[in-house]
Ligand binder design. Structure first.
Ligand SMILES: *Cc1c(COP(=O)(O)O)cnc(C)c1O
Length: 378
């Protein structure tokens, strides 16, 4: 284990503590922030919000992008716009960050947990199809869960650590069963499946710019869609549902204060300009880790077939839970931050009563996968 710690210290050319993922501000961040402050438009409207939304849509190849205060808010609104209502059900994967399930819960809906694929660590289309065939029927054009008699309105796969899941197959299954596809692309800015950007396969996609993500605005998020009506509605309900007027304050439905402040957007415009540099260095890091782990009994996790991953968080797979715990203990005690993958959502107190399919792969990965330092060295 000592050689691993030494190798990572050499990679980052330091003997200091090495965090898992640090932001890098190497471009126009300060310039745009000062400009934003000088303009006094630091809050909910301003040119940086507009610029960011335009540039982001171009980057991922979607027609529209709507900035939000964080990724969880982007997911919440995406689910509402997908038609998720109180007492509906939403299919997702148990191996994800808590935000996915929180957003489902904010709608008053319940998650159903379906297994992931071992190679992508994202929702498995085979498990999804099997669950639907066994447990569901189409009634009046809706997918009805025969066990609970509730409607399964949406499906939220997640691209784990930036590795794309089998999103085209998932989309085809969702289409067949009248389930709206919403992508949790919070971790996958810069990741492509068959040359199409992740987050753009579903009716709506959500990204996050939290401090640990590949680019950050401190906190922030964005919704992408190709549907003009949904885009307009997303902007409306994230900005308190105020009817545009020069001075009157009239609101036509219950809205949310989910706007991204202009000052955060200023940071984000600068960060987006650096995305290619970050992606390039993460590829280089991947190559070095891959070579290093090649002859060890620890497997470096590579991007799945048909995909280009952003390698947001680099990950390795240990032999078993015991070896994983030794790895976590040794690295963290020796100044190299490593972290196990998330505790499965279906094991948490809030979700333990939710319906689950067999979760063999998720369980396998939960016991073995560890993230290792992944910051871009730029
Ligand atoms: C980061 C993240 C989110 C959103 O998180 P915020 O902190 O609210 O921006 C959602 N889902 C996943 C899988 C994430 O990793």
């Amino acid at each position: 284990m000592k050689n691993i710690v030494d190798f990572i210290k050499k990679l980052y050319t330091t003997n200091d503590f090495i965090p898992l993922h640090q932001p890098r501000f190497i471009g126009n961040e300060k310039k745009y922030l000062i400009d934003c402050i000088d303009s006094t438009f630091v809050s909910s409207v301003g040119k940086y919000v507009d610029t960011f939304e335009e540039e982001f849509a171009k980057t991922v190849g979607s027609k529209y992008a709507i900035a939000t205060v964080n990724g969880t808010a982007a997911l919440h609104i995406s689910l509402l716009l997908a038609g998720v209502k109180r007492d509906d059900e939403v299919i997702t994967q148990p191996l994800t960050f808590i935000a996915t399930c929180n957003a489902i819960s904010y709608c008053g809906a319940k998650p159903i947990f379906i297994d992931v694929d071992l190679d992508t660590m994202g929702l498995s289309p085979n498990s999804l199809e099997e669950f639907l065939k066994t447990n569901c029927e189409i009634k009046e054009n809706k997918c009805v869960n025969k066990t609970t008699r509730k409607i399964i309105k949406a499906c939220v796969p997640m691209h784990t650590f930036g590795h794309p899941c089998r999103i085209v197959e998932i989309k085809n299954i969702c289409d067949k069963w009248n389930i709206t596809l919403v992508e949790d692309a919070a971790e996958s800015l810069g990741s492509y499946y068959k040359n199409k950007h992740t987050g753009t396969f579903g009716k709506l996609g959500a990204f996050s710019f939290n401090g640990n993500k590949i680019i950050t605005s401190g906190g922030g998020g964005v919704i992408v869609t190709d549907d003009e009506a949904l885009a307009r509605k997303a902007k409306h309900i994230t900005t308190t549902a105020k009817i545009p007027h020069p001075y009157e304050y009239v609101h036509d439905e219950i809205g949310y204060n989910y706007r991204l402040p202009n000052i955060n957007a200023a940071l984000l415009v600068a960060q987006l300009e650096q995305l290619d540099k970050f992606l390039e260095d993460k590829r280089d890091l991947t190559k070095q880790y891959e070579d290093f782990f090649y002859n060890l009994d620890i497997t470096f996790i590579k991007e799945p077939e048909n995909s280009k991953s952003n390698y947001w968080l680099q990950a390795v797979m240990l032999q078993d839970k015991k070896q994983r715990d030794e790895f976590l203990d040794f690295t963290n005690k020796n100044g190299v931050m490593t972290r196990p993958i998330w505790r499965l959502m279906n094991e948490l107190e809030m979700f333990k009563d939710c319906q689950s399919a067999e979760l063999k792969n998720a369980k396998y990965l939960e016991e073995r996968v560890v993230n290792i330092p992944s910051s871009a060295r730029v």
